[in-house]
Design a protein around this ligand. Structure first.
Ligand code: HEM
Length: 456
């Protein structure tokens, strides 16, 4: 008998397997207690149990996908949508009509509206604002000063997103208010998503009052921005104009609520993500002075002695690789979830309709099966010859498929520019009171970063 003769014929559909149950569950809580205690370590070890595994979170079964090729298949398949309790809590805070939580035809229409603002050829238009904000940072920071780097990183990322995507001189004052509202929201949102205590969050204790005030202020600010833009009669080529001119499937203008929710859905998670990566980048610069030297050498070589300009960014290859390697080891988006809309399969495993699926870019991007010296910070692994060795979908910080981050080019340009400019101007050292341990919230970032600015 040859090997060929035992292969199934094409008409035979192979039997689908039930994904194995991950080890380590306890009565009642299942795997929930491990997930709550140390989610990163728990998720990073799941692949030892299989490429798709079942988890018990209390009484609920959740499917975890652990192999990079299957996370790619999941992200690209139409059998899964964005849904589930975490998304519902996000909607209750930020609004129900934003692109980040919509599905189906509404989501496709919304993506068509926002996409032009993020296209590769639109990015150079943001160059002057990105340059201005970045150079303002090095003017603002003084040698010897101790920075509240957590606040500084959120501030610059909110300002860049807000000023680029909703142009207008009024944005300068308003972006400070947006920054302050978002900083409070970022701190309290994750808790409200994972511990949905509903009315208890309305009890007027100081923390709730502050959160609810910030949320109300953010919604008010967005209304003001939209009203001012309309009153100005101006239509600059930006995301806000695209939203104000957008038409629904009947050719009618989209509703006020949708415009409002879209602005919030794009600004809020986007700014937190980019700000979190920026924090990790500053921590990396403080821990790897050799990388600061390499970035400086590259800047000297590409730019010379003039200030780094936006147009230089595409030539700063090593600096970009520092950004990519930082996103590999410290992915701001550390967990993603989907729900199956039909009985389906992944890698030969049965996935029933209605199943909730999770996967972790953190686990995928630190997996020793995909990366040599997986815990080591090595930007050169992204040199063209070496990056070929990285398995497909083992590094997709902006995801793939229809939910892929629209802001990949925007964010890479912003982060590379900031990294080049600040590393060229200063060195950083952790200061007393800094707590660089990992903060696990909607995004992953250092808990509280305080950095001393040293002369370059
Ligand atoms: C979606 C990563 C910055 C806007 C996503 C997703 C990822 C991601 C992984 C997919 C989520 C999923 O599959 O469920 C990042 C990273 C960033 C970043 C790593 C920074 C380094 C931004 C910025 C903006 C933005 C600056 C906007 C100003 C969005 C939007 C979505 C999204 C609107 C939802 C897309 C959809 O559902 O169709 N991002 N992001 N992101 N991102 Fe980003």
């Amino acid at each position: 008998m040859t090997v060929e003769s035992v292969k199934p014929t094409t008409s035979e559909v192979p039997e689908l397997r039930e994904p194995p149950l991950a080890g380590g569950r306890v009565p009642l809580l299942g795997h929930g207690w491990r997930m709550a205690r140390d989610p990163l370590a728990f998720l990073a070890r799941l692949r030892d149990h299989g490429d798709v595994v079942r988890l018990k979170l209390g009484p609920k079964t959740v499917y975890a996908v652990t192999a990079p090729d299957l996370t790619g298949a999941l992200a690209l398949s139409p059998d899964y949508i964005i849904s589930g309790p975490l998304w519902e809590s996000l909607e209750s805070l930020l609004g129900k009509e934003g692109v980040a939580t919509a599905n189906g035809p509404l989501h496709r229409r919304q993506r068509r509206t926002i996409q032009p603002a993020f296209r590769l050829d639109a990015i150079p238009g943001y160059g002057p604002i990105m340059e201005e904000e970045t150079h303002a940072l090095v003017e603002r920071w003084n040698n010897g000063e101790v920075l509240d780097a957590t606040a500084e990183c959120f501030r610059v990322s909110v300002r860049i997103s807000a000023r680029c995507l909703m142009r207008g001189s009024y944005m300068d004052a308003r972006s400070e208010r947006i920054t302050s509202a978002l900083a409070t929201l970022f701190a309290g949102m994750y808790q409200r998503m994972v511990v949905p205590l509903g009315p208890l969050y309305r009890v007027p204790i100081p923390a709730n009052r502050e959160f609810n005030r910030a949320l109300a202020d953010l919604h008010r600010l967005v209304d003001e921005i939209v009203a001012d833009r309309r009153a100005s009669g101006q239509k600059p080529d930006d995301l806000l104009t695209a939203l104000l001119e957008a038409k629904d499937e009947n050719g009618d203008p989209i509703g006020e609520q949708e415009i409002h929710d879209q602005v919030i859905a794009i600004l809020t998670p986007g700014s937190e993500t980019a700000g979190s990566v920026l924090m990790s980048l500053l921590l990396v610069l403080s821990r790897h002075p050799d990388q600061v030297d390499k970035i400086r050498a590259e800047v000297k070589n590409v730019v010379g002695d003039r200030p780094v300009a936006f147009d230089d960014v595409r030539k700063l290859r090593h600096t970009a690789n520092v950004v990519i390697e930082t996103m590999r080891l410290y992915p701001a988006v550390w967990i993603l979830t989907r729900r199956a809309v039909t009985d389906t399969e992944l890698g030969g495993y049965r996935i029933p309709a209605g199943a909730d699926i999770v996967y972790s870019p953190y686990a995928i991007q630190r997996d020793p099966r995909s990366y040599d010296r997986n815990e080591e910070f090595d930007p050169d692994r992204w040199l063209p010859d070496r990056s070929k060795e990285v398995p497909k979908y083992a590094m997709v910080p902006f995801s793939v498929g229809n939910r892929k981050c629209p802001s990949d080019h925007f964010s890479m340009a912003e982060l590379t520019l900031i990294t080049a400019v600040v590393a060229n101007a200063f060195r950083f050292e952790e200061a007393p009171g800094s707590d660089p341990r990992t903060h696990i919230g909607i995004t992953l970032r250092p808990r509280r970063l305080r950095l001393k600015v040293l002369p370059g």
